[in-house]
Design a protein around this ligand. Structure first.
Ligand code: M6R
Length: 618
């Protein structure tokens, strides 16, 4: 999704903005641009569709400056081209803005401003902001006053950076519904939509909340609330400074061919981190500082609704099983993008659990807001510390998987499953629906998973590679599983389709004969997740149905299950696991398979086409 970087200080502003944009590349983009301003108020603007490298070539002639804003765009309104790339300027090329989010009333504003004589260069919704600021600047005494007035006309969402040639020593940022943070360096200030853009320069940050504006000069910073109306005033406020606890090095590939591969191999560490400090295995208890403060309210909960998108939704589907099994709490997993429109029925005894790696997914954030409006308790399982969802839910747990750079989510899914399992046990113990002895057995098994994940990553590799070698050229794939491993099949299909562009469908294996089986003919590949569990025999029957139609079977089966080798064309082994917890490890070979198939097909596995890491528009 789009990225913003801004800089004001004593150093090479353009170079710093460019570096920041490069760090945001992983989020996905289709064009990029930078606007800068020197001390005399001479402005420079360069934009380019395509990769940042082509923007970089154009920047060579720009003279040194101390103020710059940069943007990577992922098209929503208007195709990816030069005109539509940010930053956008006003009529006089004096004011420049970089914008993330969507201006919902841009057509009305554009029509009004056009009548007033403004002329537009792009098809974007964002450009109206530059012209609104231009109009307001004519009567406002400062740029910040013009910005706050301009934004009071805007409906929709924005993370915004603004500079002006008339005030060449000022950088302004504003936020409503699209993330923006402030970096506090040594005699320099930065703005960014994502901390990854600025951690090379500072780890001290302020997260802006909705309807807040930051105003910097090289020697001062002020944070204000935005005015509600054109005649309203912006008010100065104090905000806490936070420290980012991950480093640039965390974001590097560490010798792996791609971030995705590195992140898959982080599974053992990620499981350890998710469990660390929460598990009292002998006592059969789970400790969650983030939830303990509301034990009373939690113990009254009589229903759980999970909201999330994509991979996080599939983690929620497993979470539903965890909660029903361990906590005996009725649970649902709802796609966040559908949640608001259902319309959801809930009350004060409903807990709505938002599951999100980035903590910025617009649909999930809106689902949280809807749940709050309806009086439900909002909880979160989020990876990115300080993200919007983390801040908006009433309580929650970080999964501490570290930065996930590849667009395809892998390690975050595994850590989400761990935290979901722990949360279900926590609720089970709180509600006294889970005996301490049983909880103790489940927790002890969980503690063995880092070592088992380590072994699985080594042991399964060659079988996975062989299967990927055999099937990477196909056009279609089924991924099938039952019960706890049905969501794993869905996730396996999502991974394969998003990075290899092979059409893949995930299904509950029992559904095949209700339609999808019609697609199967000789050679059609099906990836069966079939551990030795309570639904094993049923899944064997599904394999038989597929084989009778000529399908090729890749079976993910339990070590020691020799019978499966007679049915399947390829077998990949996982250790014997508790059925309920098996998704935490059974997903790993599917992630490896998708990765290998995509590499063999020559795809850019970290940055699949058309996708973005963090989807901050609905
Ligand atoms: O950051 P989130 O977990 O909220 O993101 C949700 C989805 O956008 C994300 O899981 C997406 O489906 C990934 N590309 C899957 O690999």
């Amino acid at each position: 999704m789009c990225g913003i970087v801004g800089y004001i200080g004593r150093r090479d502003a353009v170079g710093i903005a460019l570096k920041g944009l490069k760090r945001l590349e992983y989020r996905g983009y289709d064009s990029a641009g930078i606007a800068s301003c020197d001390a005399k108020g001479v402005v420079f603007l360069e934009k380019s569709p395509g990769k940042i490298a082509s923007l970089e070539r154009k920047l060579k002639h720009i003279p040194p400056s101390i103020l710059a804003i940069g943007h990577t765009r992922w098209a929503t309104h208007g195709e990816p081209n030069f005109e539509n790339a940010h930053p956008h300027a006003d009529c006089k090329n004096e004011i420049f803005i970089a914008h993330n989010g969507i201006i919902e009333n841009h057509e009305t504003i554009r029509a009004a401003l056009t009548q007033e004589g403004h002329s537009f260069r792009s098809r974007t919704d964002s450009e109206v902001v530059a012209h609104l600021v231009e109009r307001e600047r004519a009567s406002a005494s400062t740029l910040e006053e013009a910005v706050t007035r301009a934004l009071s006309y805007v409906e929709g969402t924005f993370g915004l950076a603004v500079i002006s040639a008339r005030e060449p020593k000022k950088l302004i940022g504003a936020r409503r519904g699209s993330p923006l943070l402030v970096g506090l360096g040594k005699k320099e200030y930065l703005l960014a939509s994502d901390a990854a853009a600025i951690i090379g320069r500072t780890r001290r940050v302020i997260y802006l909340d909705d309807n807040e504006m930051a105003v910097f000069t090289p020697s001062s910073k002020k944070i204000f609330t935005l005015a509600h109306s054109p005649s309203g005033a912006h008010k100065e406020i104090e905000k806490d400074v936070r420290t980012i606890d991950w480093t640039v090095e965390d974001s590097q590939k560490e010798g792996f061919g791609s971030f995705m591969e590195k992140e898959i191999f982080e599974a053992p560490l990620v499981i350890e981190n998710a469990l660390r400090g929460h598990v009292l295995a002998k006592a059969g208890e789970v400790k969650f500082g983030g939830l303990d403060m509301m034990r009373d309210r939690l113990s009254q909960t009589n229903r759980v609704i999970f909201v999330g998108c994509g991979t996080s939704h599939y983690a929620s589907l497993v979470g539903k099983y965890f909660f029903e099994t361990f906590a005996r709490l009725p649970a649902e997993a709802v796609l966040a993008s559908e949640f608001r429109y259902q319309p959801p029925v809930m009350d004060g005894k409903t807990a709505v659990f938002a599951i999100s790696q980035s903590g910025e997914t617009a649909d999930t954030l809106e689902a949280v807001r809807e749940a709050k409006r309806k009086g439900a308790l909002t909880l979160g399982i989020v990876n990115v510390v300080g993200s919007s969802i983390a801040r908006e839910v009433q309580a929650g747990v970080y999964n501490h998987a570290g930065p996930e750079i590849a667009v395809a989510s892998t390690k975050a899914f595994i850590s989400q499953l761990c935290v979901l399992a722990l949360s279900a046990i926590y609720f089970g113990r709180l509600r006294k629906t889970l005996a301490a002895l049983e909880a103790s057995a489940v927790l002890s098994e969980l503690l063995s998973y880092p070592a088992r994940a380590r072994r699985l990553l080594t042991d399964a590799r060659s079988d996975v590679d062989r299967a990927a070698e055999a099937y990477h050229k196909v056009d279609h794939f089924f991924f099938l599983g039952r019960r706890y491993n049905w969501p794993v099949a869905l996730e396996g299909a999502l991974k394969l389709k998003e990075i290899s562009y092979i059409h893949a469908e995930g299904y509950a294996a029992g559904e095949m004969k209700h339609g999808p089986l019609a697609l199967v003919n000789a050679g059609f590949p099906a990836f069966m997740v079939i551990p030795r569990d309570s639904v094993y025999e049923k899944t064997v029957s599904n394999i038989q149905e597929l084989k009778a139609r000529g399908a090729k079977i890749i079976a993910l089966a339990t070590e020691g299950d020799d019978a499966i080798a007679k049915l399947a064309d390829h077998v990949i082994r996982i250790p014997k696991l508790r059925e309920e917890l098996s998704p935490i490890l059974s997903v790993i070979p599917l992630q490896l398979f998708a990765h290998r198939a995509a590499v063999l097909r020559g795809c850019d596995v970290d940055r699949p086409r058309n996708l973005a890491k963090s989807v901050t528009v609905e």
